[in-house]
Design a protein around this ligand. Structure first.
Ligand SMILES: [Zn+2]
Length: 317
């Protein structure tokens, strides 16, 4: 399985347009030891010909232009000018920074979009802009899945990619833009998922950008994987409160559905026992001090055997 990390930051990216935190300020000033990052996006392929997106980032257009494998081939005679190696996208939640990119994939290009019924209904029944994806028959094929059940990733013409996916229910909170009425009609277990992708030769990738808590069942699941892309959003539970002050709208990491990296209950400690997967933090918020490669937090994470995702990272498992 070929894995590409096109974007590695949490919502807002790094730097974030309205943020003057120490990280964002230093990056703009050119004094930061570390890289800018676009909003999280992962792409996978079994054959390097058809690719599937995990989520669809608001930065997708620029991410595709930075990734030759995802660009349309130069046409030979008789080929259509409009083409894309991107066969589909698997949506794990309805957060804006995870689904806005689907709107960037319109232009009448056939695409398969995998989502739970709950996420599909939020997007297509409550947000009229998504009608742009249904202008002609066969444009975006919405394909439902249910958590825990393995399903094949198919291209829009039903061609089998060789990849399979299974979603784990992790969080029960829907985004704040989803109306109370709509929320009352949705299945809580479909709100926020982690994805396990399996290759034809059974290598496994775990994609977990939003994990509210770690339990024994999740640890067992993760220890059966070869590559783990895990929630690195916040270093500490009160990170945003420390930086923004305790206004009414500022929440803790856990309230936002993210287990922090540090502390005795943090992911660094709780996932230390995982022996099998290569471990990479992804979906890193611009405020997270581990982005600073000159700082002790970065050193602590690296010394514990973790990597921190960067845009443009590529690997085969
Ligand atoms: Zn910032």
């Amino acid at each position: 399985m070929h894995v590409r990390i096109l974007g590695s930051a949490a919502g807002g990216g790094f730097p974030q347009w309205n943020c003057a935190c120490p990280n964002c300020s230093a990056l703009r000033a050119g004094t930061f030891r570390g890289r800018a990052r676009t909003q999280t996006q992962v792409a996978i392929s079994a054959d390097l010909r058809s690719w599937f997106l995990l989520g669809a980032s608001p930065d997708l257009r620029a991410q595709i232009e930075a990734t030759p494998e995802l660009q349309p081939h130069a046409p030979s005679s008789g080929d259509a000018l409009r083409h894309s190696p991107i066969a589909g996208a698997v949506l794990a939640n309805a957060d804006l920074d995870h689904v806005l990119g689907v709107l960037l994939l319109r232009e009448l290009q056939p695409l398969r979009a995998y989502a739970t019924d709950s996420v599909r209904r939020i997007l297509t029944e409550d947000n009229s802009m998504f009608a742009m994806l249904q202008r002609v028959p066969g444009q975006v094929s919405w394909t439902s899945f249910t958590p825990r059940n393995k399903f094949p990733l198919l291209d829009p013409a039903n061609g089998d990619s060789g990849l399979h996916c299974r979603a784990l229910p992790l969080g029960t909170r829907y985004p704040a833009y989803v109306s109370t009425l709509r929320q009352s009609r949705l299945i809580p277990g479909e709100a926020s998922l982690g994805l396990i992708i399996e290759s034809p030769s059974r290598e496994r990738l775990a994609y977990m950008p939003a994990v509210p808590q770690v339990n024994a069942a999740l640890l067992e699941e993760l220890d059966s994987t070869d590559l783990l892309l895990f929630d690195g959003t916040f270093w500490s539970d009160d990170e945003l409160i420390q930086i923004q002050g305790g206004g009414r709208t500022v929440q803790t990491a856990r309230q936002m559905g993210h287990v922090p990296v540090s502390s005795t209950e943090g992911s660094l400690r709780q996932l230390a026992q995982l022996g099998r997967p290569r471990k990479i933090y992804i979906h890193v918020n611009n405020t997270n001090p581990m982005l600073n490669e000159a700082g002790p937090e970065y050193r602590e994470v690296r010394d514990a055997g973790w990597e921190i995702a960067e845009d443009g990272w590529r690997s085969e498992i």
